[in-house]
Write a protein that binds this ligand. Structure first.
Ligand code: OGA
Ligand code: NI
Length: 208
């Protein structure tokens, strides 16, 4: 990403810098998607947004750098995991693929398209929708000849709001699968274990 602003002369808030502009647009997109998901689920259109903590959502941009690796079959850039938060907006390097998503027993390489953002559903949406929307299991492979950079924008619920299956999506036939937990608690819980495919969110399933 090209940073146009001269930081030395930028106002202290970095108002107008490229990262901030990008962040603003991604948050807008995140809110639109929450509306689309709510409508699809037969909920009021602001339901998921409210469950995320209204305007107080958490957001974090991470820049991943994967150096080239002469023996890519011996290592992974990122081990298999699902993203713990709400949704992840991924701006991949359009010239170097690396992201793979799991479909049943197969790893499918995502081909980056120019000007396209990849949206990964995270564990908090799986919990809120009582498992109707599932977080995607993914990993990153490395490349023998090219290094790769990706921008991962994590769009998360407010950290201290209790996240639990939406009441309208809980029925006698399909009781609540997950216990209420704040995103802060969930993050702590998964940090003790590290990336483990989808085991983390699956281990939350209430015993019955
Ligand atoms: C992540 C992630 C994928 C990528 O940062 O959680 O899965 O393609 N990144 O860099
Ligand atoms: Ni991820």
């Amino acid at each position: 990403m090209e940073v146009k602003q001269d930081y030395a002369n930028a106002p202290k808030t970095y108002e107008g810098c490229v990262t901030q502009e990008y962040s603003k647009e991604i948050v807008k997109l995140g809110k639109v998607l929450l509306k689309v998901f709510s409508i699809n689920l037969g909920l009021q259109e602001d339901h998921l947004q409210r469950a995320f903590g209204d305007d107080d959502i958490g957001a974090c941009l991470r820049v991943n750098f994967f150096p080239k690796c002469p023996q890519p079959d011996l290592t992974l850039g990122l081990s298999s995991h699902s993203d713990p938060g709400g949704m992840t907006f991924l701006l991949p390097d359009e010239h170097v693929s690396g992201l793979q998503v799991r479909k049943a027993d197969e790893w499918i390489t995502v081909k980056p398209a120019r000007h396209a953002i990849i949206v990964n559903i995270g564990d908090q949406i799986q919990v809120l929708t009582n498992g109707i929307y599932k977080s995607v299991e993914h990993r990153v492979i490395v490349n023998p000849d090219k290094e790769r950079v990706s921008l991962a924008y994590f769009f998360n619920p407010k950290s201290d709001v209790l996240i639990k299956p939406v009441a309208e999506l809980v029925t006698l036939a399909k009781p609540a699968l997950y216990q209420p937990m704040t995103f802060d608690e969930y993050r702590l819980f998964i940090r003790t274990k590290g990336p483990q495919g989808k085991l983390q969110v699956e281990s939350l399933i209430s015993p019955r």
